[in-house]
Design a protein around this ligand. Structure first.
Ligand SMILES: C[S@@+](CC[C@H](N)C(=O)[O-])C[C@H]1O[C@@H](n2cnc3c(N)ncnc32)[C@H](O)[C@@H]1O
Length: 344
């Protein structure tokens, strides 16, 4: 410490750090605006705070202070007479737009999710999964029990996948294959998009029974419904067999190594000899990876599920344990990578 040069006060660094420290206040304020549906209420034009408070049945002065604070970070625009309108940021808090982040705000601000982050220190001290330790259940069980949270989670994954699907379709050629299995495919957006682009392919959407129940309707209304089979099950027990492409998008990062190898091992048992496995994740050191996003997502895994974001070498090792050889890492513009592996 003695040899360290004396640092002069740098007002802009001080400000940046101060904003980082206070960022949780913004996250909670955005969550409340999302919960009240303010952006949806403003989509047809500006409204006064009193009008909004009347519709939402909340305290007008407190709502004014919330919206004024959010206007200071450009979430809304404050006009004369306590009137507020949407901005290009709050456009994405609307529930009816492509890329809507409303569910993400609701999920991140959910009291259980939020409460687990409040105990981050516990996880850092002993490496325990904070969520399980605090609530005596896993986040996966919480999804099953709390339908609202499960819905926000599924919607968050849907939005994320929707944004990424075009890139995956641009980067990866599915034409050599006929049967594609999306393991933990949830909403089915990626799989139905692949099937739409490749008319000679068949798909299997595989997920947990309570998830499959909620997506069945959506699949039945999709133009590719006749080429898609929806299968409910548990990927720790078995995975539908004889597929040529197995997709695991944002699955492996949710689990610690032992569990991850179990899932990969079941894919190994199921896959055809000439098939490919595609792991789609935010690989920490892959080309074009987004360092802030992947590293904070990694912390999120520490807090919520005991999983982790991994490096290329870590993925290669897991794959090798399970009987796969990594062929290539295909980066996408958004920072998410496709890891292509083949059975050996
Ligand atoms: C993080 S989401 C990813 C969803 C989708 N692949 C995507 O990227 O949008 C994890 C998915 O794995 C499913 N899942 C979790 N445990 C499972 C299990 N034991 N068997 C089958 N699916 C499971 C969840 O229901 C959920 O749909």
């Amino acid at each position: 410490m003695e040899n360290q040069p004396k640092q002069s006060h740098n007002i802009s660094h001080h400000l940046v750090l101060s904003q980082m420290i206070h960022a949780y206040q913004q996250s909670q304020a955005i969550m409340v605006a999302a919960k009240l549906g303010i952006a949806d209420l403003l989509k047809d034009g500006p409204k006064t705070c009193d009008e909004l408070a009347e519709i939402c049945q909340v305290h007008p002065e407190a709502l004014y202070r919330l919206l004024r604070a959010l206007a200071s970070i450009h979430l809304f625009e404050e006009k004369e007479n306590r009137t507020f309108s949407l901005t290009s940021l709050s456009h994405y808090l609307r529930s009816d737009v492509e890329g809507s982040l409303r569910s993400t705000a609701l999920m991140q601000g959910d009291p259980y999710h939020w409460g687990a982050w409040g105990d981050l220190m516990e996880g850092i001290i002993d490496g325990k999964v904070v969520f399980n330790h605090k609530y005596k259940m896993s986040v996966y069980d919480y999804h099953k029990e709390n339908k609202d949270f499960g819905h926000f989670f599924n919607q968050t994954m849907f939005t994320h996948t929707q944004a990424l699907t075009k890139e995956i379709l641009n980067e990866y050629d599915f034409s050599p294959y006929q049967t594609i299995v999306d393991v933990g495919g949830n909403h089915g957006y990626l799989l139905t998009s692949i099937l739409q682009k490749y008319p000679n392919t068949q798909g299997i959407l595989f997920d947990q029974p309570f998830v499959i129940k909620t997506v069945q309707n959506h699949i039945e209304n999709n133009p590719v419904r006749d080429r898609i089979k929806v299968v409910a099950g548990n990927f720790f027990e078995s995975i539908p067999a004889n597929g040529e492409v197995y997709i695991l998008k944002h699955i492996i990062h949710g689990f610690h190594d032992e569990k991850a190898v179990e899932i990969l091992g079941n894919c190994r048992k199921a896959i055809k000899d000439h098939g490919v496995l595609l792991i789609i994740e935010n690989v920490i050191d892959a080309p074009k990876s987004h360092p802030v996003f992947s590293r904070f997502l990694d912390l999120q895994m520490l807090v919520m599920s005991g999983g982790r974001e991994r490096t290329v070498a870590e993925y290669e090792q897991l794959l090798e344990y399970a009987g796969f050889k990594t062929e290539r890492i295909i980066p996408t513009q958004s920072g998410t990578s496709i890891i292509e592996a083949k059975p050996f």
